[in-house]
Design a protein. Structure first.
Length: 94
């Protein structure tokens, strides 16, 4: 089981202030997480390819097809300040 000092050390690294109840709770929860990791480490995973998802993920987005864009004049007609055919924005630091 992860001890109080280890929980406080991790909290310090993460710049967290924990109450006494939270220290106790996280001690138990972190111990449970580490127990699960230990079980995973005992599995024989030789020959198993690393994956980012446990199931095959397919792109569900539509194909990116070019289409006519909004005319410049139409895009700029509601702009509060136009310059050189584009939106004028404040310069950095202004």
């Amino acid at each position: 089981m992860i001890g109080r000092e280890q929980v406080l050390h991790v909290a310090r690294l993460a710049r967290l202030e924990l109450s006494e109840a939270e220290v106790e709770r996280f001690s138990e929860e972190l111990s449970t997480v580490l127990d699960h990791i230990e079980q995973i480490n005992q599995l024989d995973l030789d020959g198993v390819e690393p994956t980012s998802h446990v199931i095959q993920v397919e792109n569900v987005l539509r194909e990116d097809v070019p289409r006519p864009c909004l005319p410049r004049e139409k895009a700029l007609e509601q702009a509060p300040d136009v310059a050189a055919g584009g939106f004028r924005v404040p310069s950095p630091g202004a």
